[in-house]
Design a protein around this ligand. Structure first.
Ligand code: SF4
Length: 689
């Protein structure tokens, strides 16, 4: 029996697993003992990875839609030539930006790098990723405050903190290993605090739960900052030595007396003071946020406000501290730095000509062919298709017909495309319905590549199972189209993922994400510069311990601004808040992957459901598993089964994201900086069916 250690490619933890293989089949999957991330533990999704070998049809060929609407299998070469020819035809007829791509944080580093190279450099067009749907707000916030998209923590900080504050985060369900690390915390008297409108599974297990009104988190952060300053519970020395613009910030938050915090959040003065006092008395305070913050209309400002609290109290760069974002997908961190979408490979600016020339030299392309500007964001791609300006779309490993906000707008767009390439391990995802070309690619257990997890750790994905005839990876698929496009010397250095990794390693040299010392097969946190390996040998490292940030003067920035008006307040017509999020530990995103796992399916509802408050249900004669039709402020409606609970506030409904009905009802509204959808900001009403 052969043992192969590889990486789970669901969530951003990037657990390592030992796969035991016999006669071309995985017979056992065991979480890797001693791996610094998960040390012998994993969740049910990682353990189910072996099941994916059963659903990808061995030897499947690509398909092209025919004039009569049917899909016909063709050879890989025919498919590559068809797609390349169509891209060229559309670009000649309608302009370069008439073709676009949407990639994903589920791909490997090498895969979205080559996709970004082909689409953004060679074809000079737009590519965004579904990272835009979850981590864009954190990325923008990091760049402004820290000078680079560099979350500074290591997972060990969860075990070393005496005051852990989770804001809009539900790790019990969404990041079970994060929660496992919290449970490992042995600091005497440590406190677990949750700030969330809903009594989430994490809130149920916390010591303190602050059930604030939806979208009042920013007002709460500013109120807390004001209290900390008024009480002089701040770290003057740290602020003076390591931050910019504190005096302006202190002046600004004077407009947030405790009464304003009470009015915004709906929690009492005493409870706000209790929270501020715990921040003050904690010796190692850590703040952790995720989608409850990122998916809002003022998400970037809220994330910055959380980091401001960490900075002003000196809770950064030390064990058990930090203003820390918890990343969503297995390689969202990698896609943020190496997809060539919002920044040059390695995090540089598209206007930095010297950096652009350096990169062109490494990747073997004429500097004139380097992308000159950031991509247009995801929403502009969909709007561009609906406006008739974008005629071709290539999506990889993502399911926007389900996951895009107000998702009927994607359904409408998909029908207008002249070329719609769907590249995925499943041909039955909702997005594939209108595909004009389908590329079947192999799942992660049959390919090689690299991921970067939420704490900046490179992690190797290694082929566990051999490939059959005609089976190719996402990387090879993109390479095939690149060659058919006639890229010639511009693609010569990209022949294998390993060659690509070598180039990316060179690109990272000297940058904050420097991983020039990391070998292809290694799991290491960046930075890990070549020649300084001994200095960086510790496998649980955090950034900013020297108080130096990546801004021009090395100091972190206090960034702040006045609250925005909520675009969707409750009205008589739409009196309820429509909140969304993860359903269960076993379900992943749009369920294209987890619905094939029997032991997940056996315990999951097959139809869309939502949670309704007990009192609201009683008032409307709604009982457990009755059906209601929900009408959204976005003009759409959908039917859901009801689960009655006291864990959702009276005037809110909570719908799990794993059903297509969920995002049918979310609004077309975005954070103004990150352009991340305001998924949790809609309003609605319902009637019993
Ligand atoms: S889904 Fe996340 S927590 Fe679960 S095994 Fe995979 S990487 Fe680990």
């Amino acid at each position: 029996m052969q043992k192969v250690q590889s990486t789970c490619n669901f969530c951003a933890i990037d657990c390592n697993l030992d796969f035991y293989v016999e006669d071309g089949k995985i017979v056992r999957t065991v979480p890797t003992k001693g791996y610094p991330v998960n040390d012998g533990f994993s969740c049910i999704k990682g353990l189910s990875l072996s099941k994916q070998q059963t659903t990808v049809k061995p030897g499947a060929l690509p398909k092209i839609r025919q004039g009569d609407g049917s899909m016909k299998e063709v050879s890989w070469d025919q498919a590559f030539n068809h797609v390349a020819g169509k891209i060229k035809e559309l670009q000649e007829k309608y302009g370069r930006e008439s073709v676009a791509g949407i990639s994903t944080g589920q791909l490997t580093l090498e895969e979205f790098a080559i996709f970004g190279h082909v689409m953004r450099n060679y074809l000079q067009t737009n590519v965004d990723g579904n990272t835009r749907l979850c981590m864009a707000s954190a990325a923008v916030a990091h760049k402004g405050t820290l000078g680079y998209d560099a979350p500074g923590y290591t997972l060990q900080d969860l075990e070393l903190s005496d005051t852990l504050i989770f804001i809009g985060a539900n790790p019990v369900v969404a990041h079970p290993i994060v929660w496992g690390r919290v449970r490992n915390n042995k600091v005497p008297g440590h406190k677990i605090i949750v700030i969330d409108p809903r009594r989430s599974e994490t809130a149920m297990n916390a010591d303190y739960h602050y059930e604030i009104r939806p979208r009042s988190d920013l007002a709460l952060m500013y109120t807390l900052a004001n209290i900390l300053i008024e009480k002089d519970w701040i770290d003057h020395e740290f602020i003076e030595a390591h931050t910019n613009k504190f005096d302006e910030f202190a002046q600004f938050v004077k407009a947030f007396p405790i009464s304003r915090g009470v009015e915004a959040t709906g929690i009492s003065e005493d409870r706000i003071m209790e929270l501020a006092t715990m921040i003050h008395t904690g010796k190692a305070v850590s703040f952790w946020w995720t989608m409850g913050v990122n998916q809002g209309y003022e998400a970037v400002t809220t994330a910055r406000a959380i980091m401001n609290l960490a900075l002003m109290t000196g809770n950064i760069g030390k064990p058990g501290t930090g203003g820390n974002s918890i990343t969503g997908q297995c390689n969202a961190m990698g896609s943020r730095l190496f997809s060539n979408t919002t920044c040059l490979f390695g995090g540089g600016d598209f206007t930095d000509e010297a950096e652009s020339r350096r990169l062109a030299d490494i990747i073997g392309i004429d500097p004139d062919l380097m992308a000159k500007k950031p991509t247009i964001p995801y929403n502009k791609i969909i709007e561009g298709i609906n406006a008739g300006e974008i005629k071709g779309l290539w999506i990889l490993c993502t399911n926007p017909r389900h996951s895009w906000t107000n998702n009927e707008t994607f359904a409408e767009a998909a029908k207008k495309l002249e070329l719609f390439v769907v590249q995925d391990i499943y041909d039955n995802i909702e997005s594939a319905e209108d595909a004009t070309v389908y590329f079947p690619v192999v799942p992660g257990i049959k390919k090689a590549g690299t991921y970067i997890n939420l704490e900046r750790r490179m992690s190797a994905m290694r082929p566990v199972l051999p490939r059959g005839e005609n089976e190719i990876s996402d990387y090879e698929c993109i390479l095939g189209v690149a060659k058919a496009l006639g890229m010639g010397s511009a693609i010569e250095r990209w022949e294998t993922p390993e060659q690509c990794f070598d180039m990316l390693r060179d690109i990272s040299r000297g940058r904050p994400c420097d991983f020039s010392g990391v070998k292809w097969d290694e799991g290491r946190q960046w930075p890990y510069p070549e020649g300084r390996e001994a200095e960086f040998a510790d496998d649980q490292r955090r950034l900013y311990s020297d108080g130096v940030f990546f801004t021009p003067n090395g100091k972190a920035n206090f960034l702040f601004e006045e609250l925005l008006d909520n675009p969707y307040v409750q009205t008589e017509e739409f009196p309820l808040i429509y909140n969304t999020g993860r359903g269960t530990v076993g379900q992943w995103h749009t369920q294209s992957r987890t619905k094939e796992v029997k032991f997940v399916e056996d315990v999951s509802l097959k139809k869309a459901y939502l949670y309704m408050n007990t009192k609201m249900a009683e008032e409307n004669d709604v009982h457990e598993m009755d059906q209601v039709r929900v009408y959204s402020v976005n003009g759409q409606n959908a039917v859901f089964y009801v689960k009655v609970t006291d864990n959702v506030p009276y005037d809110q409904l909570y719908a799990p994201i794993h059903y297509i009905e969920c995002n049918k009802l979310t609004p077309s509204s975005y954070d103004k900086y990150s352009r991340e959808p305001n998924y949790k900001g809609g309003t609605c009403r319902f009637e019993k069916v």
